[in-house]
Design a protein around this ligand. Structure first.
Ligand SMILES: Nc1ncnc2c1ncn2[C@@H]1O[C@H](COP(=O)(O)OP(=O)(O)OP(=O)(O)O)[C@@H](O)[C@H]1O
Ligand SMILES: [Mg+2]
Length: 502
């Protein structure tokens, strides 16, 4: 077995880290045995990413020691860490989207030939070898921006592996991967482990932790509160450790009563891949309508087309009998539509702004005092949203980049709530959000439904789509394969429908 008397490849002792007055890590002790996979869990803002960034040299710890393979290390930055056997795949990808895969792979370490010129052939060969070994097909010369989030994530993982690291940290790597890609990633991880490489695996997904990790540690409010072999623990124990109490149900009761049809989508089609083919469905007032399907089935495209950011080839959308064929997101927003996008960093947030800016930006006319914007009103509204969403932060003037990934997502929610939309389109609204906060978001979705909003939720998580919707439309290869009543369906039926047109 992997964890027989193995040495610790990593030993963190008494590590502390604060940002200003905010103590994020409080005397952490954390060990990873050689050739094992250590899971790391905890609520949004618990300190998981910060702890690993202190190891990686992105942040400097305030106190404590880090032993790598028995020797004390103190990396001055990521480059230092990479050169000494530690690699990290970050939660929020930081790639040069304008450059191609090769450039991103070799950034900062271009191989040179004897003339001191960048050796492109060598780059190409090494990269091809790498992807072949990982059993991945990637076009090396296309710009990253043309690739899907999941493909970009796989490139990032390949890059970490290419450094021949002894220890690889993966910070929520599967949040945008398909089931098949996750399986591939796990196979890769098992291979690495078999070679004696150690991994730290950060995830909010319980089933993944139990599937792939030998051990698991839980952080709560900057303290390491539990470490167990995965074989010796269970989901309830981990949840209790994370949230400090037991959660009896993962989903609140869906007790809204949908009214008349308000939203009607008729024969919607698009031209470009993956194209929508003749999609028709209705959503009632106060209804939560789920959209299930495999990645690539066209769910995001459907929301984007309804929201006016993707071009229609044919079809119509009506709300309360009025035509809503939008040609821009502004048009959609002006008519009471809201959309939470899948890729929060790219399309949901202004990273230079503070919480107040990000919460109020889509709604500025609300905060006028006479002819001028009232910062006071904006801050008040933001404080209110922080309250409703239980966003973990110091206050409305925090910069958005100071928030943990999951808490950034809550800010996006708060921003849209401020606009009080009548139609709310949500693309994977709880991606990257911890179990406790997920429950709060579910409650919020149900509350909005009870206020009469029409809600469409795209989710790839089967329990979620079955747990919080009234009806579910299943998409398959750009078509609507069927619509089912949530109370009368099951996982099998959804899966069968999702493969109907493959
Ligand atoms: N650069 C920074 N400046 C100020 N505060 C920060 C910074 N980075 C993180 N924090 C704060 O540290 C705390 C821990 O954040 P961290 O990103 O480590 O959480 P996490 O456990 O990774 O959460 P998530 O699951 O949401 O990714 C949060 O309260 C966050 O606001
Ligand atoms: Mg994080």
């Amino acid at each position: 077995m992997a964890d027989r008397e193995a040495r610790n490849i990593l030993s963190i002792r008494g590590m502390c880290k604060s940002f200003g007055r905010n103590r994020v890590l409080d005397h952490i002790n954390f060990d990873v045995r050689e050739g094992t996979i250590m899971g790391l869990m905890g609520e949004n803002g618990a300190g998981k990413s910060t702890m690993m960034k202190c190891l990686f040299g992105t942040y400097q710890k305030d106190e404590g020691t880090i032993l790598l393979d028995g020797k004390e290390v103190n990396f001055s930055g990521p480059k230092d860490a990479l050169e000494n056997g530690v690699a990290m795949v970050h939660q929020e990808l930081n790639q040069c989207l304008e450059r191609n895969v090769l450039d991103n792979l070799f950034l900062g370490r271009y191989p040179k030939n004897s003339m001191g010129i960048v050796d492109e052939n060598r780059m190409r060969n090494e990269a091809s070898d790498l992807f072949r070994k990982l059993n991945m097909t990637v076009n090396l010369t296309v710009p990253m921006k043309t690739m899907s989030v999941s493909a970009r994530q796989m490139v990032e993982i390949a890059k970490a592996i290419s450094y021949n690291a002894k220890l690889i940290v993966l910070d929520e790597p599967t949040s945008s991967l398909t089931v098949r890609e996750v399986a591939k990633l796990f196979e890769m991880m098992r291979n690495l482990k078999a070679q004696g490489i150690s991994l730290v695996y950060i995830s909010h997904k319980m089933d993944e932790i139990f599937e792939i990790c030998d051990q698991v540690s839980v952080l709560r409010d900057g303290k390491l509160v539990l470490t167990r072999r995965t074989a010796d623990t269970n989901m309830n124990e981990l949840i209790a450790a994370m949230v400090g109490r037991t959660l009896d149900n993962r989903f609140p009761p869906v007790d809204n009563t949908p009214g008349d049809v308000v939203l009607s989508v008729q024969h919607l089609s698009t031209k470009y891949e993956p194209n929508l083919k003749d999609i028709s469905f209705d959503v009632r007032e106060g209804e939560i309508f789920g959209l299930y399907g495999l990645v690539g089935a066209g769910r995001s495209e459907l929301l984007e087309t309804m929201f006016g950011v993707r071009t229609r080839a044919a079809g119509r959308v009506y709300y309360k009998g009025r035509l809503m064929n939008f040609n821009s997101s502004k048009d959609a927003m002006d008519h009471g539509f809201a959309m939470i996008t899948e890729e929060r960093k790219a399309t949901g947030l202004f990273l230079e702004g503070d919480l107040t800016f990000n919460t109020t930006i889509t709604n500025l006319t609300h905060y006028m005092s006479g002819v001028a914007l009232s910062r006071d009103k904006m801050v008040k509204a933001t404080a209110n949203q922080i309250n409703i969403m239980h966003t973990k932060c110091m206050g409305p003037s925090d910069s958005i980049t100071a928030l943990s990934g999951g808490n950034q997502q809550k800010v996006i929610f708060g921003k849209w709530l401020e606009r009080d939309p009548s139609v709310f389109l949500m693309d994977e609204p709880t991606r990257g959000i911890d179990v406790g906060a997920k429950y709060e978001i579910y409650e919020l979705i149900i509350k909005m439904a009870k206020m009469g909003k029409a809600i469409i939720v795209v989710s790839s998580e089967m329990p979620e789509i079955l747990g919080i919707t009234n009806r579910i439309g299943v998409m398959s290869n750009g078509r609507l394969a069927g619509i089912v009543n949530t109370a009368q369906t099951n996982q099998e039926e959804l899966l069968t429908l999702s493969t109907k047109y493959l």
